[in-house]
Design a protein around this ligand. Sequence first.
Ligand code: FE2
Length: 308
Amino acid sequence: MRNEIRIARKKIFVNDDSSSVETSFAHGTGYKPAMRDIFSWTSKGWNALRMCRKKSCMNSAPPNDPYVRYVHSIEELVSTPMRDGINALCLKRSLEGDFAEVIRHLRVERGITTLDRAELLALPVSEAGKIAIQTMLRDQEQLQEYGLDAEIDCVNGYIGHDQQGLMRTDVCSFHIDRATDVADTYLCTYAGASSIGVCHEDVIPRAQIPAVRKALLEDFGGADDESFLEYLTENFYDLHYEALPDARMFSFGVGHLWRIAVDYPGNPVTPCIHRAPDPIEGEPPRLILIGWVSRTSDALRLVTDSRM
Ligand SMILES: [Fe+2]
């Protein structure tokens, strides 16, 4: 039996057998990357930062990134420890099947719809569509065999995406996932735009941009002290990042299965900073697989997030 917990926009499932361990997942972390002293930046520097999305270097091919390691099987993907700076593992694949046809047969509302096995198998698709469905279900089953859980989601835009508060904290903002226990995030894009990663050396915490911090401090109503840091954490403000000009970015690509590092106490590696692709009005929905796993003593627990 699983209990469902919602924390902000997060949906979390915790197995009963590990209920004694506090579990939560969130966007972001208290992680502080080594970086230049951002408060010494000139206005020219901040203007450059505002332009960073246009100037950043995007690599659409599977990245030749020092923090990414490629593996050759799901078993290797699941079992390889992340260390020595590696914070993302990728199983490169070229998948067969017509995933776009599957999308065309789905009837989904705006937002994120989790697809179940029976629903997918009932779709009146061609042989190519059936191959796509079997591929997704096989991925899901293989991860389950390793004690993981994963959802197949159809992402048809985001609800409330345009309603930003004091600071941008949506899934299309660069962020890291956070857990209170050992965990990883698994991701695969089957169709549509894929997630984007960025080198952790090429970002700054958004909450440390002076204008943003000033607004947050005004909302907090206190001093920039430990209590304010708690306020940032409680509101997920400490989890989001802004890419610097010429930031090294990469696409997660289509078909590849990823396991990325999240922030949790004692994680030996830097969490992988990533974001969902920006939704484009009129574009077909995306098909993705996403899952989180947490290993605690003998128990494996899954925590599910908001579909990056
Ligand atoms: Fe995420």
